[in-house]
Every structure is written in structure tokens, then in C-alpha cells.
Design a binder for this molecule. Structure first.
Ligand SMILES: Nc1ncnc2c1ncn2[C@@H]1O[C@H](COP(=O)(O)OP(=O)(O)OP(=O)(O)O)[C@@H](O)[C@H]1O
Ligand SMILES: O=P(O)(O)OC[C@H]1O[C@H](OP(=O)(O)OP(=O)(O)O)[C@H](O)[C@@H]1O
Length: 209
């Protein structure tokens, strides 16, 4: 019997698509997987233990080796810069990172304020553009910031564009496309190479084009 594989799953909007992908790859996941409030779910038939983490924390669990593999948005990978291997683009939860703001807003400050959940990504983006900005870190409802004068612009995820639209904001610059990735702890990849290779192979077969 091979060793148990621990997979860090992101709670929230990626979860459903990730679970669907695993089921398509013929991993038999029990109904409690989708329904319960448990944070550790053992699936003995598959020799897998799932841990359910906040999306931003998945790469942390994998870097520290308490999970062998994980599913994380590319946004998290860019922001967290963790020492893990990114082995597969799962092509789920597609969205993009963008700069947005109020239409026709004039920037008068030397360093306009930019509100974001992604301070590292935003800083390096504006540095590359040669623009000086002041970053304000928020944890959610980013679109609120320009509406109440906390920031001139935002850097945030855009998917359908509905949140921007309903709040009277416009996309100003496209930063990069985002999808979810399969990430692997480097030591686990050496110690559990067979079972991880099998996971990669089975997922690769069912990923959409
Ligand atoms: N609107 C979106 N459409 C598609 N994918 C998205 C969208 N927003 C975020 N994502 C992707 O899903 C991941 C997790 O998003 P989710 O909203 O579930 O978590 P969160 O906002 O970090 O957590 P929480 O809302 O619990 O604080 C992001 O890291 C990103 O890769
Ligand atoms: O383009 P859309 O399809 O409208 O999606 C974009 C919105 O989705 C995410 O927010 P989320 O729902 O995670 O809420 P949050 O404010 O808590 O981050 C993101 O931060 C945007 O606000």
C-alpha cells in the first residue's frame, strides 16, 4: 500500500470546479466531500486525505509540506511566491487581474493610491510600468475603495465584469490571465513521485482545452 497523499483544496469558488475535475479523473469522492463543514476529509479508498484551506493559504500548506499537493489560483502563486512546483494548469476558475477605476478620473497625486488584495502583484506591475503608486492593502470588497475615496484605482480579479459594472467602475489595464494550478511540494515530489505522477496524468486527461 502506498503512502497517503495529502491534497490541499481551496474552499470557496474554486472548490466545486476542482472537485468536479477530480471526479472526472475518476477519483471516487464521497458526498460529504461537498457537503460537510469538516476541514480534514479522509478518502481511504483512494488513499487520499483532503485538507480544506482558505484559497490564499493553500500554497503555504504545500510549501511547509503538510500537504503534498494543492490547488491554487495563479493569483495566489504570484502574490505568495512560495517554494513549490507548479505542475499543471487546471484551466478552471478562469479570470484575470486588472487595474480598474472610475471613468474619466483625473489623477493629480504624485503617487496615486491603489487598493488591492494583491499588494505584491500590484507593486511589481506599477514598478514595471514606471509608475509611482501608494498601495493600500484590503481583504475584499475592493471595488468599494474608489467609490468612497479611499483609493484612485484598484487592482483586482475580474471575471464576468459584473462587479465593476454594477459599481460604475471601468477596467483600465489588463495585468494577466488567471486560472487554477496544481502545485506540489518539492520533497513530496521526490518521495511520492509515482502517486503524484498518476494524479497529474489522470487530471491532464480530463482538463478542458
Ligand atoms: N470572480 C471570480 N471568478 C473566477 N475565479 C475567481 C473569481 N474571483 C476569484 N477567483 C479565483 O478563485 C480564487 C478564490 O476565490 P474565492 O473568492 O473563493 O476566495 P477568497 O475571495 O480568497 O476567499 P474569501 O472570499 O473566503 O475571503 C482566487 O484566488 C482566484 O484564483
Ligand atoms: O467580474 P466578476 O464576475 O464580477 O467577479 C469579480 C469579483 O469577484 C471577486 O470578488 P469576491 O466575490 O471573491 O468577493 P470579495 O470582495 O470578498 O473578494 C473579485 O474580487 C471581484 O470583486
Amino acid at each position: 500500500m502506498s503512502e497517503i497523499l495529502t491534497i490541499a483544496m481551496p474552499k470557496g469558488r474554486i472548490f466545486e470546479e476542482a472537485a468536479e475535475l477530480l471526479r472526472k479523473a475518476e477519483y471516487k469522492l464521497p458526498p460529504e466531500f461537498d457537503e460537510s463543514r469538516k476541514l480534514i476529509i479522509d478518502v481511504p479508498n483512494e488513499n487520499i486525505r483532503f485538507i480544506l484551506a482558505k484559497p490564499m493559504d493553500v500554497a503555504t500548506y504545500v510549501e511547509h509540506g503538510v500537504a503534498d499537493v494543492g490547488i491554487a489560483g495563479k493569483d495566489v502563486m504570484l502574490e505568495e511566491d512560495r517554494d513549490v512546483y507548479e505542475v499543471l494548469d487546471l484551466k478552471i476558475s478562469a479570470c484575470h487581474l486588472a487595474v480598474a477605476g472610475l471613468p474619466n478620473a483625473t489623477l493629480t497625486d504624485v503617487a496615486p493610491k491603489v487598493a488591492t488584495k494583491y499588494p505584491k502583484v500590484a507593486s511589481s506591475y506599477f514598478r514595471e510600468q514606471g509608475e509611482q503608486v501608494e498601495i493600500i492593502k484590503l481583504n475584499g470588497s475592493i471595488e468599494l475603495a474608489p467609490l468612497i475615496g479611499l483609493a484612485d484605482r484598484i487592482v483586482d480579479i475580474v471575471s464576468t465584469g459584473q462587479t465593476l459594472k454594477e459599481n460604475g467602475l471601468v477596467e483600465l489595464e489588463h495585468i494577466c490571465d488567471i486560472t487554477s494550478r496544481l502545485i506540489v511540494n518539492p520533497v513530496s515530489y521526490r518521495m511520492k513521485d509515482q502517486v503524484i505522477d498518476e494524479l497529474v496524468e489522470r487530471l491532464s486527461k480530463v482538463i478542458g482545452g
